[in-house]
Design a protein around this ligand. Structure first.
Ligand code: XMP
Length: 512
């Protein structure tokens, strides 16, 4: 077991994720309660996270001193390195050269941390994000790597098994970072590497039972993977204390609502209320073409419809949500700077306060691919678990301009053909997300001997790790041509198809 002491970094969860990837259980605790957690958990190693504070300020956070006196390996990252240095008798100073983003370190000495990863005398890319830096080392420590602006880029006290790095090994921009964390967790702390999603499932079930007790829980299903996995997990924990509510806004893909209802009612026997609210949503969207107004309209209606259903069911104290870790950090930029709203994301935010309910969010620590692994562990069908993400506002944000039932139907069919071809070509799992959009422009074409004047269909497909950045998928153009032919032949209302070759940034994945 590894204890992660959180000093408030934006990316602390990424450390936990890297540790999980090594098959090792970890727990994140805020620094304030780290001492108690350390005593109770008896971890084999401790990782100190980064954080926004400055060690040079009075009252800035510290790790419990007991951690350094217990003979346990400690790995300090960024602020964690500085706190460790300061607490063990070294010095940290602020305001020299701030270093943000890509940097290079040069390795000076071999250490168990670098074993089989970094060689002495070589330079390696790392990701830095710091203003302060260590200027004097505590006794017993040596500098093992330097960068231009951080003379103490990596430090080690090999005897006591204390390591510190100024850079962030947990982010993908430090290419060997995961391997360094592996060395710490497996070789230095000696953790076994046999922790699995099965263990996560069992622990999560225990946590849900402890939190909920005998109370009733309501879960909003969106049709997507996240809320489905959350619902199945919670159902395993508390059985029929859970009721699911599926607000069907009529903006779903082909046959999607039917599939969701069948999966929950028939395969899992989970109590499910299916609310067919297509007319309500399309009615409210009539005449609306501004993307943000659409998103807000759908978000507001979703809450209203859900709330009304919940009232009918009555007596639930908890609201379950499939919130993932990236949803938690979504609107906060990596460097912690103020971020602007690009899109108002639709989830059931706002509901718990309005309805005076407490939240159950069993997936809060996980990333998308981990949720999928958990879904498989829970026995959800592969075809469901591996599905591409689908946005809460659904097809409404794939129909620029006004949304009508007719346009939804046209788009549904085009989208279905596109995805069928992608599956047939064996490309589905290589792609993060693929979908069709329906443009509000008509263009002239010729079919048979007649003139046509119909809509344009845009095809989108991107690769991505987390949806935050993305590249367009480089299809063979013959494949795109084949899909275009099918769509134009089979979908009434479309006579032209274009392929979107925009990456994110500067584009976004969805068109609105
Ligand atoms: P963008 O378009 O912002 O999308 O590049 C990034 C990822 O988020 C999904 N997305 C949403 N998901 N509610 C959701 O649950 C939303 O309002 C929403 N908007 C976008 C999008 O499909 C992509 O995977």
């Amino acid at each position: 077991k590894i204890l992660i002491v959180d000093f408030g970094s934006q990316v602390t969860q990424l450390i936990a994720r890297r540790v999980r990837e090594e098959g090792v259980y970890s727990e994140i605790v805020p620094f304030q309660s780290a001492e108690k957690a350390f005593r109770e958990m008896r971890p084999k190693g401790v990782i100190l996270s980064g954080g926004p504070a400055s060690v040079t300020e009075m009252e800035s956070p510290r790790a419990p001193q007991a951690i350094f006196e217990a003979g346990v390996p400690v790995f300090g990252i960024c602020y964690g390195e500085q706190a460790m240095a300061a607490q063990l008798g070294g010095q940290v100073e602020g305001g020299h050269h701030r270093e943000f983003g890509r940097a290079e370190v040069e390795v000076l000495e071999e250490t168990p941390l670098f074993q089989d990863v970094w060689r002495v005398g070589e330079r390696y890319p790392v990701w830095m994000s710091h203003g302060d830096r260590v200027t004097k080392l505590p006794d017993g420590f040596k500098v093992v790597a330097v960068s231009d602006n951080a003379p103490f880029a990596a430090v080690a006290d090999v005897k006591r098994n204390f390591y510190g790095v100024q850079f962030h090994p947990e982010v993908i921009h430090t290419p060997n970072g995961a391997a360094l964390i592996r060395n710490f967790v497996r070789k230095i702390a000696g953790c076994g590497g046999d922790w699995t999603m099965k263990a996560f499932r069992d622990e999560a079930i225990e946590r849900i039972r402890a939190q909920v007790g005998q109370s009733r829980v309501i879960c909003g299903l969106s049709g997507g993977v996240d809320s489905a996995v959350a619902a199945v997990l919670i159902h395993e924990a508390i059985g029929d204390q859970l009721t699911c509510v599926f607000v069907d806004h009529g903006l779903l893909r082909m046959a999607e609502a039917k599939k969701v209802v069948a999966l929950f009612r028939d395969s899992y026997n989970i109590p499910l209320v299916h609310v067919d609210a297509e007319e309500t949503f399309l009615g409210a969207l009539a005449g609306v073409s501004d993307p943000e107004v659409k998103r807000k309209t759908i978000g507001r209606l979703f809450i209203e419809v859900f709330e009304a259903e919940a009232k009918k069911i009555g007596g639930a104290e908890f609201l379950a949500q499939g919130t993932l870790y990236p949803d938690v950090i979504e609107s906060v930029s990596f460097t912690g700077g103020p971020s602007v709203t690009i899109k108002s994301h639709h989830n059931v935010g706002g509901l718990p306060e309005r309805m005076n309910m407490k939240l159950v969010e069993p997936l809060r620590e996980l990333f998308k691919d981990e949720v999928r692994a958990l879904g498989r562990e829970l026995g959800l069908p592969e075809a469901f678990v591996g599905r591409h993400p689908f946005p809460g506002p659904g097809l409404a944000i794939r129909i620029p301009g006004e949304v009508t039932k007719e346009k939804c139907d046209i788009l549904r069919l085009a989208d279905e053909i596109y995805l069928e071809e992608i599956r047939r070509a064996g490309l589905y799992d290589d792609i993060w997300q693929a979908f069709a959009v329906l443009l509000p422009v008509r263009t002239v074409g010729v079919m048979g001997d007649g003139r046509t004047y119909d809509y344009v269909c845009g095809l989108r497909a991107v690769t991505s790790v987390d949806g935050m950045t993305a590249d367009f998928y480089p299809f063979d153009m013959r494949f795109v041509g084949h899909v275009a032919t099918r769509i134009i032949n089979e979908v009434r209302g479309i006579n032209r198809v274009v392929y979107d070759v925009t990456s994110k940034p500067p584009g976004t994945i969805e068109w609105e």
